[in-house]
Design a protein around this ligand. Structure first.
Ligand code: ADP
Ligand code: ZN
Ligand code: ZN
Length: 763
């Protein structure tokens, strides 16, 4: 007997143990690991989706073993490598195996079990509905047949005569798209279908790829640039590991504009020469059309692009091109870490310090860990690049775990731009210019007078961050979350940035009926308005979540700015990454303090990274640039060291602080969060879990809490958490794994429990 080991997808009954299912004879040559199947589950006739994770000859289950009912995939959708990865990921992140498998698949292949119970044939819906096909025409007869048919056909049946001529040419050749033929010779589709009925030709459905960047594939290829000495040294080190299939990890510390991307590109070329595949991850917001163009411009259609801006169909098509070995280079955001490349020879992670590499939903993985696993599996080097490496990575380089490569100079030999700090406690600010100091106003004026461009960052969207009554202190809050509502002028509403709740702006205080409702705090919308008042003739583009919701909006804004259609690009941190505009000579930070106020041990690191990144947008080409940073904390070390571009000193100081406070990278951390719609249930549950941790973990583990979440209520649920700090905790794995399985049942009573290894913050 043959059995398949299957992880079933039953949301209310998850487990990490595969079940054995009998493989019926008629499916014997179809069932294979990595394929999705339909099985029945539980007492009734309930059908669910499952993933085959292994095969065995016998079962140790002594009850009635059920059979596999259907196989959904012709080919495995999860390769052997990704199957092994998914198993490790489930263990490492304390997630259910099935959720790791689902995470690896494009949306188009994410089956939902309940849909399988419908009357329709789900195989059709899941697998075929999403693949686009085009009609193709194939000649089915011989040239002699067509000659005979031509003589038989009436002379005035012009379309048929034309079609027979085409068919004669198609004999023995590949099928051609019907649409193309029909257009070329102006033959209506009906002529083709009639001819098909008569047996003159066959109309076949051929798969067709939706190709989001097709136009880039036809551009002339760019040539590799002649390296600087620093680039050459970095390249030489990594290419040795590429050639020798060594699983080394490199940390490339290169200042903004030092030419890291060019090093990546030439290493990718090297990898391809060796016949192996390359994967390059960039942060979602760094995946600008500029970046895609640079990679596609060098390698053309060999490149597949994966990010969340694509439609499900486009993603699925790019995914299939990769899985089928038609695309050998992948550039993508976080989830592209699971790209189904078969033969990885190099993995690059640009801006390795970026927080968007950590997924904040289960499985809560960090893409860096996934890449490290794959690099090891494939005996390939992993190259981490950044101007401001995460403390974790830099500390590993210090210990010799990572090999450190340095590129401290910009390729244009220009120094990094001078940075001035504007102390907003004392700065002159004209009453009408709101949050823009006179110094920044003057700098903007001079820049525009020279015909140059400016980038302005404010890491807060909306118009005002909160609305308050001057009379009684009432603040408008979200009814679903423990958070104040943000004022948005574009929609004239108050909006919650956590749950999307929207309501009208009050004219009268709902609490005391006074009319003294005032707006406080500044967002990008308000700065945009101020800029229009200050510079009525200037072109201003705003880029934030609100202006980039529509597909392609992000690219359109950047293109307009690159084409010189605006003088100022204003935006949230979205504009800090990866942009390379030669005409930008001024960068202004409206408020450097947005992150510093957070009660988070990484606040300084984030601030330093963000200021360095955004400063790097200035003076990238021939014209010198400058940076102005407005702050109410001019003495803060993160701001001062960012001003001096002094990463080394920042690293030293920050490591000292982390050491004092027992924070990462000196300690590992883990956060457990419980949420429930009823506050006392959430609280009770977290205390129970904390007790279990105390009972099971050794006394070298530090347990913080339980505490209420910093935002205690989100989307009508209350959040409670406990944080574990540890160095080498022998009981951690087992304690948490047991907790995962035992807490599973409680999801039915409305509890949600989040396991978060190395959380981005404790709040
Ligand atoms: P980074 O990724 O380190 O910020 P980029 O790769 O974007 O830097 O390079 C900055 C600029 O320098 C780009 O315009 C790039 O085309 C250019 N560049 C890179 N390498 C060289 C080189 N060896 N010679 C001349 N220009 C280069
Ligand atoms: Zn009031
Ligand atoms: Zn809300």
């Amino acid at each position: 007997m043959a059995y398949a080991r299957i992880i079933v997808d039953v949301p209310t009954m998850q487990t990490n143990h595969p079940y054995d299912y009998l493989i019926p004879d008629n499916l014997a040559d179809q069932v294979a690991p990595g394929k999705r199947v339909v099985v029945s589950f539980g007492k009734g006739t309930r059908q669910v989706m499952g993933m085959v994770v292994g095969m065995r000859d016998q079962t140790d289950f002594d009850g009635e073993v059920k059979s596999v009912l259907r196989v959904l995939d012709d080919q495995p959708v999860i390769s052997a490598e990704l199957l092994a990865l998914s198993k490790w990921l489930a263990t490492d992140t304390f997630s259910f195996w099935i959720s790791c498998l689902q995470t690896m698949l494009p949306n188009a292949l994410k089956t939902e079990s309940r849909r399988l119970n419908k009357q329709t044939d789900e195989t059709e819906i899941v697998n075929k509905g999403r693949i686009q096909t085009r009609e193709y025409v194939r000649a089915t007869k011989t040239a002699a047949d067509y000659a005979a048919l031509t003589t038989e056909t009436r002379k005035n049946a012009k379309n048929q005569i034309k079609l027979l001529k085409i068919l004669t040419e198609l004999v023995g050749k590949d099928a051609v798209a019907l649409q193309t033929l029909s257009k070329q010779d102006k033959i209506p589709r009906a002529t083709f279908t009639d001819a098909a009925d008569k047996g003159w030709l066959a109309i076949e459905d051929h798969e067709y790829y939706r190709h989001p960047y097709a136009q880039l594939d036809d551009l002339p290829r760019t040539k590799p640039l002649h390296f600087t000495d620093e680039q050459q040294r970095a390249y030489d080190s990594v290419s040795q590991s590429v050639d020798q299939h060594l699983n080394d990890t490199y940390l490339l510390e290169g200042v903004t504009g030092s030419g890291k991307t060019e090093v990546y590109l030439q290493l990718i070329a090297r990898t391809r020469q060796e016949g192996r595949d390359a994967l390059m991850l960039v942060p979602e917001i760094g995946l600008t059309p500029q970046m895609v163009k640079r990679v596609k411009g060098r390698f053309g259609s060999e490149v597949a692009v994966l990010h969340s801006g694509l439609s499900d169909g486009e993603r699925y098509d790019e995914w299939r091109r990769i899985a089928r070995g038609e695309a050998h280079i992948v550039i993508g955001a976080r989830s592209a870490a699971f790209a189904p490349l078969q033969n990885l020879g190099l993995i690059v992670m640009d801006e390795e310090h970026e927080t968007s590499y950590k997924q904040d939903d289960t499985p809560r993985y960090h893409a860096r860990d996934v890449l490290a696993w794959r690099a090891k599996y494939n005996h390939a080097p992993l190259l981490l690049g950044s101007a401001t490496p995460s403390l974790e990575s830099r500390a590993r380089a210090e210990k010799g775990v990572y090999k450190r490569l340095l590129m401290p100079e910009r390729t244009n030999n220009k120094p990094l731009p001078p940075v001035d700090i504007i102390d907003m406690r004392e700065a002159e600010v004209d009453s009408y210019s709101g949050d823009i100091s006179n110094a920044l106003t003057t700098a903007l004026q001079t820049t525009m007078a020279r015909g140059e461009q400016a980038v302005l960052m404010l890491n807060r969207r909306g118009f005002s961050s909160f609305v308050m009554c001057r009379e009684c202190g009432y603040v408008a809050k979200c009814p679903n979350c423990d958070i104040s509502l943000t004022l948005h002028m574009d929609t004239h509403t108050l909006r919650c940035h956590y749950c999307g709740h929207e309501e009208a702006i009050p004219k009268i205080c709902p609490s005391c009926k006074s009319r003294k409702i005032r707006y406080y705090g500044t967002g990008t919308e308000k700065v945009e308005q101020t800029l229009h008042q200050l510079f009525p003739d200037a072109g201003v583009l705003r880029m934030d979540v609100d202006t980039t919701r529509k597909k392609g909006a992000h690219g359109r804004i950047l293109k307009a700015f690159g084409d010189g259609k605006a003088d100022i690009l204003l935006g949230t941190q979205m504009i800090a990454k990866g942009l390379d505009f030669p005409n930008v000579t001024l960068v202004g930070v409206i408020n450097a303090d947005t992150a510093l106020g957070l009660p988070d041990f990484r606040a300084s690191e984030r601030t330093f990274q963000l200021l360095t990144q955004v400063s790097g947008r200035a003076g990238r080409a021939d014209k010198p640039g400058r940076v102005l940073i407005q702050t109410f904390n001019p003495d803060n070390y993160a701001i001062q060291l960012a001003q001096r571009h002094d990463y080394e000193r920042f690293f030293g100081l920050e490591m000292h602080m982390r050491h004092e406070g027992n924070y990462p990278p000196y300690y590992f951390t883990f956060k457990l969060t419980v949420s429930h719609e009823e506050e006392d249930k959430a609280a009770k549950a977290i205390f129970k879990l904390a007790d279990q941790l105390t009972a099971n973990l050794s006394d070298q583990a530090i347990i913080l809490g339980p505490t209420r979440g910093a935002i205690a209520r989100v989307k009508r649920r209350y959040y409670y958490q406990v944080v574990i700090k540890y160095k080498n905790e022998p009981n951690l794995q087992k304690t948490l794994a047991d907790m995962l399985e035992s807490t599973q049942m409680s999801s039915r009573s409305g509890y949600q429990i989040a396991f978060d290894r190395e959380p981005l913050s404790f709040i």
